[in-house]
Design a binder for this molecule. Structure first.
Ligand SMILES: Cc1cc2nc3c(=O)[nH]c(=O)nc-3n(C[C@H](O)[C@H](O)[C@H](O)COP(=O)(O)OP(=O)(O)OC[C@H]3O[C@@H](n4cnc5c(N)ncnc54)[C@H](O)[C@@H]3O)c2cc1C
Length: 422
């Protein structure tokens, strides 16, 4: 049995699975060592993720989109309702994808369907990804030319490059000696999904409330997912209500927008926090997804960032392969880290400012946010730039984020792109 791989991914959440397939598209033999994916707290992942064009292009390039799309719903509009109760109430805003010549801003994808779809691709005959089921990696020892991973069951594997996709408490990050900056918010998010009587018309609705946003995102049919941000004690109280009582408060919050609320899935509470690694790669370890950055679930940025990590790492590894370099070398990891820094830092800052402007008790902050929203509503070009930048940041680019990216990446890895440019 082969125990040495070009690259090994630790963690089988959406970011890890995408990274494993992206690296295989760059020509690597990849080990993916992971337990069955669970959200925080050990329960099945009941979250959904609104994924934008670059992420969808990545999933198409990995040949996973077809099987995921049938579980997902397009988001063609975003409605923002000021429910802060401030003196200057911002006007209701609706951004439509058609305004920026798109069919949809993105798609709302259940995490369970996303991980199942990616696993199916990895399991296909001829796949370069070997899935190794384990209760977890317990040790990562960094050597001069490879990293040795030890599983909970005592198996060992080596790889020239290890991808830490093992979430916010990342063992790989610690093994590589990468420090972090982390912070918390006095807020928690309740995540659930529900059926409703009226069609959502593929609109996502954000109620901006003093405790944080309350956001519905369309799912297939007469159903939506919900991310409801509240003070931590209130979030716990609401999540613990029995179903009829939770339905009653949900209907009250929705003010009839989606009609009567039907079946509600299990509720999970996620404390809001932030984290950023001081580098996204060092000592043969590259960090992707929440191992490298955690961002509150506001504005649907977290997993979109994680998937851009996977696509960018694939570019860097393809370049190394074309130059016949060691894929885990400091040069590759420095290049990866530098390419991810602006995107991650700017997303964290934007989400932080938006969140703090909502929960601030200060009148001037509300005024500024209100005026900002008025400007966005009235100024056509500004609105287009703001929406486009939120969807496809100019600071992040990689082959797999574009249509036809798999071919471009494979040419890059074989050195064809370099030769034709020369
Ligand atoms: C309520 C909510 C709503 C959200 N909505 C959106 C959205 O609309 N759009 C968006 O882009 N993002 C959204 N996000 C963010 C998104 O859910 C996360 O960014 C994403 O799930 C992170 O994926 P990950 O693979 O990096 O980490 P995780 O999902 O945490 O996966 C890490 C995996 O690593 C495994 N692991 C841990 N330690 C080890 C080990 N030692 N060995 C092996 N495996 C290990 C774990 O079992 C787990 O499967 C939302 C988040 C929340 C909380």
């Amino acid at each position: 049995m082969n125990t040495h791989f070009t690259a090994a991914v630790v963690g089988g959440g959406p970011a890890g699975l995408a990274a494993a397939l992206a690296l295989s598209a760059a020509g690597c033999d990849v080990l993916l060592a992971a337990p069955p994916h669970r959200a925080h707290g050990g329960a099945p992942d009941n979250r959904t993720a609104a994924l934008f064009a670059g992420s969808i292009a990545l999933l198409k390039n990995l040949d996973a989109w077809e099987r995921i799309a049938s579980h997902s719903a397009p988001i063609t509009g975003i409605r923002i309702i000021d429910d802060t109760g401030g003196l200057l109430r911002a006007p209701e805003l609706v951004f439509t994808a058609a305004e920026i010549d798109l069919d949809a801003f993105g798609w709302n994808v259940p995490n369970s369907a996303l991980t199942a779809g990616l696993i199916e691709v990895a399991q296909r005959t001829g796949s370069r990804v070997r899935l190794h089921s384990t209760a977890g990696i317990v040790k990562a020892e960094i050597g001069a030319s490879a990293v040795t991973l030890t599983t909970h069951e005592g198996a060992t594997f080596t790889a020239g490059l290890v991808v830490g996709a093992d979430g916010r408490g990342s063992l790989c990050r610690q093994a590589a000696g990468i420090g972090t900056r982390s912070w918390t918010y006095a807020q928690s998010a309740i995540a659930t999904s529900f059926q409703h009587g009226r069609p959502h018309r593929n609109l996502s609705t954000e109620f901006h409330r003093p405790a944080g946003p309350f956001t519905t995102v369309p799912l297939k049919g007469l159903a939506s997912s919900l991310v409801w941000v509240e003070r931590p004690d209130e979030a716990q109280r609401l999540a613990a209500l029995d179903e009829p009582a939770f339905r009653a408060v949900l209907e009250e919050r929705l003010t009839g927008l989606l009609g009567p609320v039907g079946e509600i899935t299990s509720r999970a509470v996620f404390p809001l926090s932030g984290l950023t690694a001081e580098a996204f790669g060092r000592n043969r370890v590259a960090l992707v997804g929440e191992a490298g950055h955690v961002i509150p679930p506001i504005g649907a940025q977290g997993l979109n960032l994680g998937l851009r990590d996977a696509a960018t790492l694939a570019d860097c590894v393809a370049d190394a392969r074309a130059a016949e370099q060691d894929v885990g070398s400091a040069a590759v990891l420095d290049a990866y880290s530098a390419r991810r820094r602006i995107d991650v830092t700017s997303r964290i800052a934007t989400v932080d400012v938006l969140n703090r402007s909502l929960i601030s008790a200060l009148g001037p902050v509300h005024l500024a946010r209100g005026l900002g929203l008025v400007a966005l509503k009235t100024l056509g070009p500004l609105r287009r730039i703001a929406v486009r930048e939120g969807l496809a940041p100019a600071s992040a680019d990689a082959d797999l984020l574009h249509p036809d990216g798999a071919r471009r990446l494979s040419e890059r890895a074989s050195g064809a792109a370099r030769h034709s440019a020369a």
